[in-house]
Design a protein around this ligand. Sequence first.
Ligand code: FES
Length: 94
Amino acid sequence: MPKITLLRNGQTYEVPAGTSFLDFCLDHTAPHDFGCTAGSCGACVCVLEEGAGNVNPVSDDEAETLEMCTTHKGARLGCQLKVLGDISVRQLDS
Ligand code: FES
């Protein structure tokens, strides 16, 4: 099963492939901040320090929001991620 490592607390969790990162965080009270939960506010912006290829690709809508909220290369919206393999997540200040 894929592993999620949250660099904010250093903990690693195992999840079924295809798990929504948002649902995982809500279910586990995991330390990642969200706002709209719908890909439009940028509150959940993060980078995948490892496993950038182990999630769903960036959609046009996600790319548009990312462009408005960060200049960090490779940033993603946590609320839009589906976990397909091992990832390490670092939340960025939005
Ligand atoms: S929580 Fe608003 S964009 Fe992810």
